[in-house]
Design a binder for this molecule. Structure first.
Ligand code: SF4
Length: 402
């Protein structure tokens, strides 16, 4: 495979999108868990959300200072997602969004679908400056989705909320957590993503942390099947992965393999075959043109990405619970640029196991959160990747020797 990759002519467009900014200096994406309060009790919740806000949650003024801090990274400014818990639990939400917009930030929202997710609340968020909203859909049926969320009726409430978001002119992203329990429903969820006019489907591979610890994760071979299937989907719909950087490796491998049958070329299993057959049915029922895939973005925990928790802790990822520092003690740029863990995570030569010798380590590097969740070492090899490194040279975003 690598010989083939290296023989190929340099393609016109990179299969992997490298961010324009120096990720050692500024992140591409900041997620702020503005509160842990949430009325849902989702099984996979990283935050282990609570019905009431923590008394030490960042205040309105501290939240504004955080947004000022993010803006101080300079242009191009990081994108900001206000998450939770449920951000609609904050009564100062629109004030915070408006402040972010005022200081030049691109603002997005990741709310829960509860009684607070009204059309009026979304309209106020849009008026304040929100451009995009992500909504979770973890099943193609009420039984699966509501089973995840721990409350009946959420599935039925989610669909009109999605319509409201699109009607109000905001971009809708659908987030789906994949586990062994819902992998067979992915084609059904895809049908919903299409019918809801979502601009992006974000597929998240479970990290065993928070309440997600109790869910059954997919074994590595099935992860591989799902990632290859997502490459197929990406030729018809914009998809991204969360906590699955090895999707970038699969994208490069598929690009190098050209029209070769992925089942025989990569030894894919029954999960891929079933998903592929179901995708053909979805495509037959929907008028989805073939499109140039959206290149996956080359960011990872602490490398282009940073997470702020509800009390001001700064983390490489929301699923990697080792803080780099606190906003109550140091500025965000200082922590992002200088915290030892963040610096280690940006240095692929410090990775261990297969990731440490993998030719894809510069553009993948594995999920650092999952490595930590499974082994206790954030630099250990990604435990849910089945790839065996070839021993070849490190490859760049075009699959060429770096
Ligand atoms: S071994 Fe590690 S670096 Fe290589 S593809 Fe798998 S997760 Fe990525």
């Amino acid at each position: 495979m690598m010989e083939r990759t290296q023989r190929m002519a340099r393609p016109q467009r990179t299969a992997i999108r490298e961010v324009r900014q120096d990720v050692n200096v500024r992140p591409f994406l900041v997620i702020w868990e503005a509160t842990r309060a949430c009325q849902l009790v989702c099984q996979h919740c990283r935050a282990d959300s609570q019905s009431e806000a923590h008394p030490l949650q960042l205040s309105t003024e501290e939240g504004k200072r955080l947004l000022d801090d993010i803006a101080s990274f300079g242009a191009p400014s990081p994108m900001v997602v206000i998450s939770g818990g449920d951000p609609f639990e904050r009564t100062d939400l629109t004030e915070l969004i408006a402040h972010g917009k005022q200081v030049g930030l691109s603002m997005a929202l990741a709310p829960s679908v509860t009684a607070k997710a009204t059309r009026a609340a979304f309209a106020a968020a849009a008026d304040a400056g929100v451009k995009a909203v992500s909504i979770s859909l973890d099943g193609a049926s009420p039984a699966t989705h509501d089973g995840f969320r721990g409350i009946d009726g959420v599935y039925d409430a989610t669909l009109p909320v999605c319509h409201d978001i699109v009607d109000l002119g905001m971009r809708l992203q659908i987030n789906t957590t994949v586990t062994a329990g819902n992998v067979h429903e992915l084609p059904g969820i895809l049908r919903q993503v299409i019918s809801l006019r979502s601009f992006l489907w974000s597929v998240f591979l479970l990290v065993p942390t928070g309440r997600g610890d109790a869910l059954a994760a997919l074994p590595p071979d099935e992860v591989e099947d799902v990632l290859h299937w997502l490459v197929d989907v990406s030729h018809h719909l914009a998809v991204k992965t969360t906590e699955a950087p090895h999707f970038r490796r699969v994208v490069l491998q598929r690009r190098a393999a050209g029209d070769a049958d992925p089942v025989t070329t990569f030894g894919l299993g029954d999960t891929y075959k079933r998903l592929r057959a179901a995708l053909d049915e979805v495509l037959a029922d929907n008028d989805l043109p073939t499109r140039t895939p959206r290149p996956p973005l080359d960011i990872n925990a602490g490398r282009g990405f940073v997470f702020i928790d509800h009390i001001g802790g700064v983390y490489p990822s929301g699923f990697l619970p080792i803080p780099g520092g606190s906003l109550r003690e140091r500025s965000l740029p200082e922590i992002y640029r200088e915290a030892p863990l963040f610096r280690q995570l940006r240095d692929a030569s410090q990775l261990g196991g297969r990731c440490g010798v993998c030719e894809f380590r510069s553009i993948c590097g594995g999920s650092r959160s999952r490595a930590y969740g499974v082994t206790g070492d954030p630099l250990a090899e990604e435990p849910f990747c089945s790839y065996q490194p070839s021993g070849g040279p490190v490859l760049d975003a075009e699959g060429m020797p770096a």
